[in-house]
Design a protein around this ligand. Structure first.
Ligand SMILES: [Zn+2]
Length: 89
């Protein structure tokens, strides 16, 4: 995704804007990264250049927990342990 997409992205749950962006891997576009809503502490992965802004009921723990574990040293600490909908226990 392109960074300027952040100008229009809002949290799908509470419509909060702006959201926080963390870039993990970048070429011309952001390949892997994290989008965080500071209002509800939900986090959304950016995978294969696609920001996955899904509501909780469409998210799969089996797909999102490996992403969190892979990048947890780059996640903000409060999201690792208090983030929604998935966090480290
Ligand atoms: Zn939110």
């Amino acid at each position: 995704m392109k960074k300027r997409l952040m100008d229009i992205l809002a949290c799908p749950i509470d419509k909060h804007h702006p959201l926080d962006l963390y870039v993990f891997k970048e070429n011309e576009e952001i390949e892997e990264g994290l989008i965080v809503c500071s209002k509800c502490l939900r986090w959304y992965p950016i995978r294969d250049e696609i920001p996955e802004m899904l509501p909780d009921e469409l998210r799969k723990e089996s797909e999102d927990m490996p992403f969190l574990k892979k990048w947890k040293d780059h996640f903000p600490q409060n999201i690792v342990f208090e983030g929604k909908p998935f966090r480290l226990k």
